[in-house]
Design a binder for this molecule. Sequence first.
Ligand code: ATP
Ligand code: MG
Length: 328
Amino acid sequence: MGRVFSGVQPTGNIHLGNYLGALKQFVELQDDNECIYCIVDLHAITVEQDPEELKEHILDVAALYIAIGIDPKKSIVFVQSTVPGHTELSWLLTCSSYTGELSRMTQFKDKGKGKESAPTGLFMYPVLMAADILLYDTDIVPVGIDQKQHIELTRDLCNRVNNKYGETFVLPEGRYLKEGAKIMALDDPTKKMSKSAENELSRISLLDDEAKIKKAIMRATTDSDGTIKFDQENKPGISNLMNIYTAFSDLSIEDIEKKYEGKGYGDFKKDLVEILVNGLAPIKQKFEEIRYSDELIEILKDGANRANAIAEKVVERTKKNMGVGLPR
Ligand code: ATP
Ligand code: MG
């Protein structure tokens, strides 16, 4: 039994990449671990957000957590900004981080695009993420492979503080799913599927209706070769769609190749639309049931209390070891 922590940004609705790359394992981990799942709203504001939309997205992501099978009785589900320890610990860690290591983070380079006006919050993002994880004496962090660099930084910061100030934090480990779990953008299979990408047709959200799913899949970038063969390097578009297909059906990649021998992308895509519409239906239904209920708010309040009880102790331990505050 270990402690598990992970988070999702309320920057939009959870898409197939989030689900297949990270959230599917959130549910599996609940049975044998103490799990803490957060809606990281303070990370969301590292890029510009409309406050009214953000408010809605926070509750959307919370409801989606429950809809995919996270059980709030077993796991702690809460909103990051409702537990003050995240920002407190973030500053304490900032003072042990280096500007050099932060400027090497690929997410900062991608989202900041090297601009002079790149938000400082975007630069500090990995330190806040390290605080999120270390705040709960976390053992395991289930995330998509795109977060590996941030997890490594978290481990570096953890070791650095422990070496400087004595045993303060538990050393966490990332848990990544197999290679196929990085889902690529539908309009450009060289980029990862992302909530904050401008083109709506680049992703499929778990809440999308049939018309949107159809449009996005039928227009998804493939290649001119026309055969349904898995080859991530030379046929990244169709391989990405095959990864989605296999995740939502009983067929392996080889089974899919056999099934579509001699058939074209049109047939394959039509079937994939149907598989997705049916596969997502139960999630959508559960989402509708919980999203506008008082129960959801109660779950998040209860989650914040339970999270805070753990966080307070770790912040206090860190402050004491660093020598800040009053004598104890
Ligand atoms: P944003 O574009 O705003 O950063 P995002 O789509 O990257 O949004 P996050 O909230 O940053 O989503 O990440 C939530 C989880 O989903 C993380 O564990 C992340 O590693 C994982 N994840 C995000 N995109 C993908 C993807 N395309 N394939 C697999 N996992 C992903
Ligand atoms: Mg992201």
